[in-house]
Design a protein around this ligand. Structure first.
Ligand code: ADP
Ligand code: MG
Length: 748
């Protein structure tokens, strides 16, 4: 009974779907906006104006409208949108949807948080719906994201807005264990939301996986996906996709490279840049500030900032996983009074997702690498974005700060720059970013390096993390492409190392070797910033700006952050004379403090000239220095050592003979006394141990030393220890001879 009813219902449904699609197609075709026209330039139609087919048989225009319901969209999409609370369009949606709905390729740029996601999800749903796409048709759309978190967020939006549609959609991201299940199901999916790596994995490994019928390709954060990091994967993916398709590229910082567009075979794309005329490149409700502080005070500022904002949601960007791990672990142990979290690419995917979800829910501090810099739309607004390490370029800055002040919310950001990175402020201002310079209220800064030093003594693992954080930071600065902003030679490495709580500055070997490799002058080899210590005349120059001294800190509305009178963008004074620094005077004071807090009781090793060396540096040095040794001198030294060895050998022989004689006498005495063999054994053991304390024993030890050290490295050291001398001078034959002697003396 119910069967025919269902059939009838389905038929009706299909018929009404077909009619709806016909209606939509004629509407779209007849009221198309001209290519290249800007729908935003049209006055929006009044809300109550008739939509769709008009009484005269024509169709209402849909370019320039400002509500979703006025667009030629399927009922299912409209219902999905209103159920999710989306009624009025944002500018990027108004500008792009009329073009994308009529099948055009889109190159869309709009500020962070301005609603780009719906600008591509809606036309994807509509295109497949109007094509009556079904399970048997396979993959109809691929939406690519540079990160897993963003992919899952896009997937959620798709699920929410597309919930009345019958498409099957899948989230294909790396780090998930169920790849085999994915392989079984991926051929049945209509919409894939994925990261490039995982998609390629399926293209390579999944039997019968094909996208030959693909209708739409979307690249969210397109400039990032087109970047070198994804180049190989993306080329491989694109080579397997049909050229005839619709393509959408969206980002806040759009690619303008013709090559990129050619790679994607875009056909006369609509260039839609809704905020190109805007006076700012970042959201208008975003309050942006920059602070110039010495590298070694960054953690103090960060710590003080967190302590001063315990009821906020704070996103902190650091330059590498190691930095994130260290700061997170260290600060966690110091219990700042707010929940701390960390997110980086080396974490297991489940944990990454968990952390991301938690940060969306509770007020906390999230330390992250750039993995969280693109696209993420945290459910509840992020209050602060703090960039502890300078972003690699302006685009990266825009995306990081774009995690706050999304849609209609406000937000604040702070960028910490070292004195050598101040050029970044010019670059940001050139790209229409209204960033103010402020200075820290040093009275309110809570020094943390002393606490870190104590922690590092207590937790050796943390010390390792700190060392790695130090090295990766140095490496990241060295590898930065923009040499105008990043100059590793300007960094106060000893102070920075101490500020992480490290007792000694780790060696930055890769820097030395790279610099040598590039035939740079010797002065460029990294040394501690001696000007700070040795040349006090330099200090006032740095603490002066615009001919005035930086005023003493006083209380202000925000205890920690104090606004400087450096003008905003557009004010000529902003760029012509540079920026006020928080005085190097403070750095000096600070340095003393750091030294005071350094852990006591660390073993200090000195070299021959009396300079302090980090533990094991002697060993390390001999390795690096060995190449510099004069070979003839080394040979001469060896010859001398061999002579010395002969003398020692002679003495040894005499001593040995004497001992054996004594021993024989002793044994005879024992026999005479008729003692049992057990005693005899014990005596001979005593003899051996005795002999180990004497000359022969020493040689036996040396023999092992020379073996395990492998010679080459230690030879260079030469002079400092006798053990080293003797060991290094013994040839293999001599060593064997020595060993035999020892053995024979033991047996006798
Ligand atoms: P973008 O990709 O441009 O950075 P998103 O697409 O992530 O921005 O959107 C930012 C926020 O704005 C999201 O929380 C989203 O739900 C919201 N949003 C987008 N479009 C609309 C709209 N038309 N009406 C209300 N909120 C919207
Ligand atoms: Mg986005």
């Amino acid at each position: 009974m119910t069967r025919p009813k269902t059939k009838k219902f389905k038929l009706q449904n299909r018929l009404s779907e077909v009619q709806e699609i016909e209606h939509l197609e004629s509407w779209i075709a007849s009221a198309k906006p001209d290519s290249g026209s800007n729908p935003l330039a049209l006055t929006p139609l009044p809300e109550k104006s008739p939509i769709g087919k008009l009484p005269d048989g024509s169709f209402s225009r849909y370019a320039g409208v400002d509500r979703f319901r006025q667009l030629p969209l399927s009922k299912k999409t409209k219902d999905g949108l209103s159920a999710a609370g989306f009624l009025k369009m944002t500018d990027i949606q108004r500008a792009s949807l009329p073009h994308s709905l009529c099948g055009r390729d889109i190159l869309g740029a709009a500020k962070t948080g301005s609603g780009k996601t719906l600008a591509f999800i809606i036309p994807v749903l509509e295109k497949l719906y109007r094509a009556r796409w079904g399970p048997e048709d396979g993959v109809g759309c691929i939406i690519m994201s540079p990160t897993r978190e963003l992919a899952s967020q896009l997937f959620e939006v798709l699920q929410s807005v597309g919930k009345y549609h019958g498409f099957s959609a899948g989230l294909l991201i790396g780090g998930r264990k169920d790849v085999d299940t994915e392989k079984e199901r991926v051929n049945e999916l209509n919409i894939l939301v994925c990261t490039p790596g995982r998609l390629l994995q399926h293209m390579d490994e999944t039997p019968n996986f094909e996208c030959s019928e693909l209708q739409v390709l979307v690249l969210d954060e397109a400039d990032r996906i087109l970047d070198v990091g994804f180049k190989k994967a993306l080329n491989a993916i694109i080579s397997q996709l049909p050229k005839y398709r619709q393509t959408f590229l969206f980002s806040a910082t759009q690619t303008k490279s013709v090559k990129d567009l050619a790679r994607l075979s875009l056909k006369d794309p609509e260039y839609i840049s809704v905020h190109a005329e805007s006076t700012t490149a970042t959201p208008s409700l975003l309050e942006q500030t920059a602070m110039v502080i010495p590298l070694d005070q960054k953690l103090d500022i960060l710590w003080s900032f967190i302590r001063a904002h315990l009821n906020s949601r704070i996103l902190v960007f650091l330059s590498s996983c190691k930095q994130v791990k260290f700061v997170y672990e260290a600060f966690r142990k110091l219990r700042p009074g707010i929940s701390l979290k960390c997110l980086h690419g080396r974490m297991k995917q489940d944990r990454r997702m968990g952390i991301y979800a938690q940060f969306c829910e509770e007020e906390s501090v999230l330390f992250s690498t750039d993995v969280a810099s693109r696209g993420l739309d945290f459910n509840k607004n992020v209050d602060w974005v703090v960039q502890v390490d300078c972003p690699e370029d302006v685009a990266s800055y825009i995306h990081r700060v774009g995690r706050t002040a999304r849609y209609l919310s406000g937000g604040k950001s702070i960028l910490l720059l070292t004195p050598s990175e101040t050029k970044m402020i010019d670059k940001l201002q050139e790209k229409k970013i209204p960033i103010r310079y402020i200075k820290a209220n040093m009275k309110k800064v809570l020094p943390v390096s002393g606490l870190l030093a104590a922690l590092l003594v207590k937790y050796p693992n943390l010390q390792q993390l700190a060392q790695r954080a130090f090295i990766t930071y140095m490496r990241s600065i060295y590898k930065q492409r923009d040499k105008e902003v990043f100059d590793v030679t300007q960094l106060p490495i000893d102070e920075y190392s101490a500020s992480l709580g490290l007792p000694m500055t780790p060696k930055v070997r890769f820097l030395k070797s790279k610099i040598k490799g590039q035939k740079m002058s010797k002065e460029l080899v990294i040394v501690p910033d001696s000007t700070i210590d040795d040349n006090p005349i330099e200090i006032p120059q740095q603490s002066l700006s615009n001919g005035r001294r930086v005023e003493e800190e006083s209380e202000s509305e925000d205890d920690l952050l104090k606004e400087n009178d450096t003008p905003r963008v557009g004010d000529d004074n902003a760029t012509d004379t540079g920026y006020a620094m928080t005085g190097t005077r403070v750095l000096k004071k600070k340095k003393l403090k750091i030294n005071m807090h350094r852990p006591v009781g660390t073993r200090v090793v000195f070299d021959d000239e009396g300079n302090t060396l980090p533990p094991l540096a002697r060993l390390a040095d001999t390795i690096s220095d060995s190449s510099k040794l004069d070979k003839s001198k080394v040979n001469q030294r060896y010859a001398q050592l061999r002579e010395e060895m002969k003398v020692v050998d002679k003495d040894d022989k005499v001593l040995d003979q004497k001992r054996r004689k004594e021993k024989r006498i002793k044994q005879k005495m024992k026999l005479k006394r008729g003692r049992d063999s057990e005693d005899d054994d014990r005596d001979s053991e005593d003899d051996i141990s005795e002999s180990e304390n004497g000359r022969v024993g020493k040689k036996s030890k040396l023999y092992f030393d020379s073996d395990s050290d492998g010679g080459e490295g230690r030879k260079g050291k030469g002079s400092s220890s006798r053990i080293g001398n003797v060991t290094d001078s013994v040839t293999l034959a001599e060593q064997e001879e020595l060993a035999l002697k020892i053995l024979s003396s033991m047996n006798s």
